[in-house]
Design a protein around this ligand. Sequence first.
Ligand SMILES: C[S@@+](CC[C@H](N)C(=O)[O-])C[C@H]1O[C@@H](n2cnc3c(N)ncnc32)[C@H](O)[C@@H]1O
Length: 415
Amino acid sequence: MRRRRPTPNPSRKRVGLQAMTPAARLQTAIEILDVIAAAAREGGAPADSIFAEAMRARRYAGSKDRRAIRGHVYDAIRLVRSAPVSGRAAMLALADDDPAMADLFDGSPYGPMPIAADEPRAEKGLAAQALIDLFDPLVEAGEGEAMLARAPLDLRANRIKSSAADLAKLFPEGEAIAGAVDGWRLPPETAAAQHPAYADGIFEVQDAASQYASAALDASPGQAIVDLCAGGGGKTLAIASLTGGDAEILACDTNRARLQQLSPRAERAGATRIETRLLNPDQEPEMLADRQGRADRVFVDAPCSGSGTWRRSPELRWRLTPSRLDRHLADQAKLIDIGADLVAPGGKLLYAVCSIIAREGRVQVDGFLNRHPGWTADSGYLPQGIGRAAGHGFLLTPAHDGCDGFFLARLTRPC
Ligand SMILES: C[S@@+](CC[C@H](N)C(=O)[O-])C[C@H]1O[C@@H](n2cnc3c(N)ncnc32)[C@H](O)[C@@H]1O
């Protein structure tokens, strides 16, 4: 039986403004990992929310403490391939490669207990083999490292108010992004969103893959566009920017909290022609009856496993179960069909998932083309050198394209 540690006294720490000891930071990271692993197994809150909540509950932790704890938590998540039995098992796996960290398991006040000879370690690796087996066949064995490396911070200039040249002046430490004309790349964790220009709608934070996807829609000023799964509106705003704010965009989602984020963002961006519509699940076609067969462009940025975004949310690979994947697959097939019914003759639908799983990408599009005779798959809509042809669409991966993993397919309705 392990000795229980006393609970740290927050008020004593706050009054004294003492930094936590390295061992106390490590123990805190272990406790947070316990919660993250349980949430991953049970489909609970994402790691970032759990971490933020844990820090709110530990107000005695200063900014250096938080940084150190966050570093431990995310280093462990990146290292361990599936949800560990405990936060301690994950941290022990990390400490096996880091003698200085192993020394912190010293039993000091608020620190982790010493390491016992027979303690279990969580398994290291990219992901469970059953999950790796689902990757698109284009994904090569050597791509794993890039899939878990920390992602840069990509910005997108809002054409309604600025250009990438303006971003270059605001953030001279950055660099251009291949093929993303409005993009500007900064080191990870640059506090760009704290810059006053962000509040003025000059730019958005948006990964290059989402910028390529938005441009692939090939939207023009004056068109009628439906963004069927708009969420908080990241790509809706990119499409508005690409059309100079001059297209009529209907942004839909079934998630009220996400969709509500769009209006203030659109206002900041000066995108005045975006209308939002909250859909009831299973009543989408009825609620979109006024748009049937009328849209020039439909974007279906479908809910998915997020397997292309592990470098930002590495715990997503702890979460995917066969039944959760099946749910995504059913939603994707349903949404692409609903989206197709909105497209005008000769119009286009862009299907996108931030996933590198073949069944969410190329297999989903094969199914669509079988169900919709006459529809054709486009090509040549990605910048030179970006993406690899994957069935009737294209696959983007961190190793190959320097952006999040994505699958895209642009489909044209017959006239
Ligand atoms: C990948 S996210 C979209 C991200 C968003 N396009 C962006 O760029 O920020 C998928 C979205 O689909 C939404 N969704 C799920 N089922 C839906 C449905 N039946 N109809 C419309 N949206 C749905 C989810 O709420 C989620 O916001």
